[in-house]
Design a protein around this ligand. Structure first.
Ligand SMILES: NC(=O)c1ccc[n+]([C@@H]2O[C@H](COP(=O)([O-])OP(=O)(O)OC[C@H]3O[C@@H](n4cnc5c(N)ncnc54)[C@H](OP(=O)(O)O)[C@@H]3O)[C@@H](O)[C@H]2O)c1
Length: 209
């Protein structure tokens, strides 16, 4: 797949490495081109000169920026996302005030509202960057929960997740992004409260035919 990753930080680098290892063609962008270049050389992808150039011919666009940057990003390239599969990895949360984002919406729904022609899919946000880079723990594939309103877009993201080693699971319509974002908040809170090393990931056990 031709994939653009907007954001070249922890998530951008981790997913870019996993995608290129799986044979996908990855272009990264960032606020600074230096950052995109560093991530590209580290992950085997290519650096774009701008977000718009990254999005260019991509079939799948991954949003891997801090949630507060999303508004500006959509003002910049929202029109170019029309018809594309847009994977929202952002987490709209404040671990210091966990209730503040449990407010009956989600980042993914807000992105869909701002970019109505994009085919928004929530995915990968429940996995830390460490596990996005390496989704198999002691031989067990972590689950990638995928929510969206466009079934074909979800199927494409499921194939992408499977190609890098996750077990993809269809979590339902885009409104289920609220649950997926709460899962991320739970895992972040657990790491902080228990001083865990940000390596734990979600796996459903028991029969899931
Ligand atoms: N870290 C995790 O384990 C994890 C896991 C799941 C989900 N998430 C979510 O994923 C998102 C990214 O997290 P992260 O840890 O990768 O953050 P990060 O390390 O701070 O990286 C953020 C990246 O976004 C870039 N950026 C910011 N505004 C931009 C814009 N307008 N256009 C293009 N690029 C822009 C930054 O560019 P510069 O490099 O030039 O500053 C940077 O490369 C967040 O929403 C986070 O909640 C994180």
């Amino acid at each position: 797949m031709q994939i653009a990753i907007i954001g070249s930080g922890n998530v951008g680098k981790a997913l870019a490495g996993s995608f290129t290892r799986a044979g996908h063609d990855v272009t990264l962008s960032a606020t600074s081109q230096q950052s995109a270049q560093a991530a590209a050389s580290q992950s085997g992808g290519q650096a774009a000169e701008s977000n718009r150039q990254a999005v260019g011919s991509a079939e799948v666009v991954v949003l891997a920026v801090p949630y507060p940057a999303v508004d500006g990003l959509l003002a910049d390239v929202g029109d170019a996302l029309a018809g594309k599969v847009v994977v929202d990895v952002t987490n709209r949360l404040d671990p210091a005030d966990p209730g503040s984002t449990m407010d009956g919406t989600s980042a993914a729904e807000q992105i869909q509202a701002r970019a109505p022609e994009a085919r928004v899919v929530k995915a990968f946000n429940t996995a830390f960057a460490s596990r996005q880079a390496d989704p198999v723990v002691e031989g067990v594939a972590l689950d990638a929960f995928i929510a969206g309103d466009d079934d074909r877009a979800k199927q494409a993201v499921a194939e992408l997740a499977g190609s890098i080693g996750f077990r993809p699971i269809d979590a339902g319509p885009l409104v289920m992004a609220r649950a997926l974002e709460a899962m991320a908040l739970l895992n972040i809170t657990l790491q902080l409260r228990n001083n865990w090393p940000w390596q734990a990931g979600f796996k459903l056990v028991g029969p899931t035919p």
